[in-house]
Structures are given as structure tokens and as C-alpha cells.
Design a protein around this ligand. Structure first.
Ligand code: SIN
Ligand code: FE
Length: 312
């Protein structure tokens, strides 16, 4: 079973000893191998009045902002009308608090990542997922692995912590087979070899020169490794593949109100079928910080195509 239920972890206990460190290492390994860690409660402090405020929010259902997103480093909140000044500031404050709490919790639960994880964006998902009208590549009810167009990881991994804050309704996911099996079946067809060869060749160098030039003149460029190119393609490829969507392996998971789960969404194929009101914080775990790098999508893909996809 891919779900591991944690019922004996106390995040408020500050004392950590070597047993916690060893256990944390084992947890990291299991997560990196595709397990999902599950808590039937919120494993950090989150005041009830914050929940009440969040549940009273209504986001405009536009195709432009998929969720309300929050960047903890810069306090930037997007997808919520800035004209609603008072609520905007309150939401910013709550998202900042949430981010801080999840970060502390992660440091206690997974000590091996504590010093090295990069704090990425958080999100507040206010829109009912069932029946959303989004463009194909943004549709979340289709199984996929995550990759960010504007934040390449160069082999680093995407760790996400979700909490279903809906007081009455579960959040329903589907998960697919292991990354290794998924890649065996579909990576070639998605263009793994072409992308690996291209980025090792001159055309790859030209792209690198161009991107250096664009950066010099001050334009933001995502510095993608071959791995990032492939993962972006793979995300789209899987969503486009109607045969995979229809016939691929899937298991249904129901996350009840107030439950929290942690998962590497770049390695576990997933989709959300229904649910409304979830909080989510993303961390990037750099490749060098992985406990089991040989289980990472980057290494699995490199083994398949026998080419280097990341510069480590
Ligand atoms: C996703 O990462 O694909 C969406 C998951 C969710 O919103 O529950
Ligand atoms: Fe996703």
C-alpha cells in the first residue's frame, strides 16, 4: 500500500534525539520511493479562527488563476482581489503563518531535509475540483507528475504537504503506478532520448548561450536541465494520452476533513477528482539532499536513456 499512516508523531515536542534522526531518514527514504505519508489531523498548530476565515473565502473561478498562490519569501499573494484590502492583508498574514508552521513541522518530521530544503510557493485551493473547466494541460483530474515551467529543479524533487481544511467533505485523489514503471512504459514515447541527445549536442549549447544572453540583459529565464525539459514534456504527454488516462493503473484515495498528507508529486502520478478547500506548501529538495538519489526520477530516467540529464 502506498499510504503510510502516522499516528505517533508529536511536532510540538522540541527534543529530537538520534532515534528521531534515524526514523526521519527512513521516512525520507520511503517518501522518495513513492510512499505517501498520511496524518488524520493537522500535525501543526493552526488556530480555529484562521480556518473559519479561510472557509469564508470565495475565489473567482477564472481560468487565469488556478488557485490562490502565496510566495512566503516575498509575501506575494496572487489570485485574490487586492481591492478587498482588509481581507487581502488578513489572508496574507494567515498564509505566512501557515507556511512557517509547515516549515517547522517538516524540520521536525524529516530532519535530514531541514537544513537543505528550499521553501517554494504555497497555495490555497478554494474551488471545487469536480467539473472545473480548465485547459487540458492545467486539468488536475488527469493523472500526471508535477513539473514547474518557471522553477526548474535540475534533478531536485518536488515535495508537497497538503491539508484538506474542508470541515465536511473529503478530497478525492487517484494515484498511479510507480515512476519506474510509468517511465518504462511511456518515457520513450514522450521523447526521452530525443531530449537527452538534444541537450548534449550543439543545439543545447546554443540554447544555453541564448539563455545566458537573455539573463544578462535582465530577462527572466528558466535555466532548465535536460531533466527539466523532459519532465515538463512528460507532464503534458501524460495528460494528452487518452489511452493512459483511461486504462492506466489507478488507485482511489479519499482524504477526510482535516487530514494532512506529504508526497513527492514529481514521482507519484496523481490527480484530484473532487474536493474544495485545501492548503498546500511546496518544498524543493535539492538533488544533493536526497537520502535515496538512485530512486529519484532523474536517476531512473538516466538509467533508461544511458545519458546524463542533470549536471551532478
Ligand atoms: C495536483 O497537484 O495535481 C493537485 C492536487 C490537489 O489540488 O489536491
Ligand atoms: Fe499535480
Amino acid at each position: 500500500m502506498s499510504l503510510i499512516n502516522i499516528d505517533n508523531f508529536n511536532a510540538s515536542d522540541e527534543r529530537r534525539n538520534s532515534v528521531d534522526i534515524d526514523r526521519g531518514r527512513e521516512y525520507c527514504r520511503q517518501l522518495e520511493q513513492g510512499k505517501i505519508f498520511y496524518f488524520d489531523h493537522i500535525p501543526f498548530n493552526f488556530p480555529k479562527e484562521y480556518l473559519t476565515f479561510l472557509l469564508s473565502r470565495r475565489q473567482q473561478n477564472t481560468r487565469f488563476h488556478k488557485n490562490i498562490s502565496f510566495r512566503p519569501q516575498t509575501n506575494l499573494l496572487r489570485g485574490f482581489p487586492a481591492s478587498e484590502k482588509k481581507d487581502f492583508a488578513r489572508l496574507q498574514e494567515i498564509m505566512q503563518f501557515y507556511s512557517g508552521q509547515v516549515t517547522k513541522f517538516l524540520a521536525a518530521f524529516l530532519p535530514p531535509y531541514a537544513e537543505k530544503r528550499l521553501l517554494d510557493y504555497a497555495s490555497f485551493r478554494t474551488i471545487e475540483e469536480n467539473g472545473r473547466d480548465l485547459p487540458l494541460h492545467k486539468r488536475n483530474e488527469l493523472l500526471h507528475v508535477d513539473a514547474f515551467p518557471n522553477r526548474p529543479t535540475r534533478g531536485g524533487r518536488i515535495l508537497r504537504v497538503f491539508t484538506n481544511i474542508n470541515p465536511t467533505k473529503e478530497r478525492v485523489w487517484q494515484i498511479g503506478e510507480s515512476f519506474e514503471r510509468l517511465a518504462e512504459k511511456y518515457a520513450s514515447d514522450a521523447g526521452l532520448n530525443r531530449i537527452a541527445v538534444q541537450s548534449a549536442s550543439t543545439s543545447g549549447k546554443i540554447v544555453r548561450h541564448t539563455s545566458r544572453f537573455l539573463k544578462k540583459i535582465g530577462l527572466p529565464v528558466a535555466d532548465r536541465s535536460a531533466y527539466d525539459h523532459f519532465m515538463l514534456r512528460f507532464h503534458d504527454y501524460l495528460k494528452e494520452n487518452t489511452n493512459y488516462q483511461k486504462n492506466g493503473d489507478k488507485t482511489r484515495l479519499e482524504f477526510p476533513p482535516n487530514s494532512t498528507w506529504l508526497v513527492f508529486t514529481d514521482g507519484v502520478p496523481h490527480s484530484v477528482l473532487s474536493g474544495q478547500f485545501a492548503l498546500e506548501q511546496t518544498f524543493i529538495i535539492p538533488f544533493e539532499a536526497l537520502v535515496s538519489p538512485e530512486d529519484s526520477p532523474a536517476r531512473v530516467l538516466e538509467k533508461m536513456c544511458r545519458k546524463s540529464l542533470i549536471a551532478v
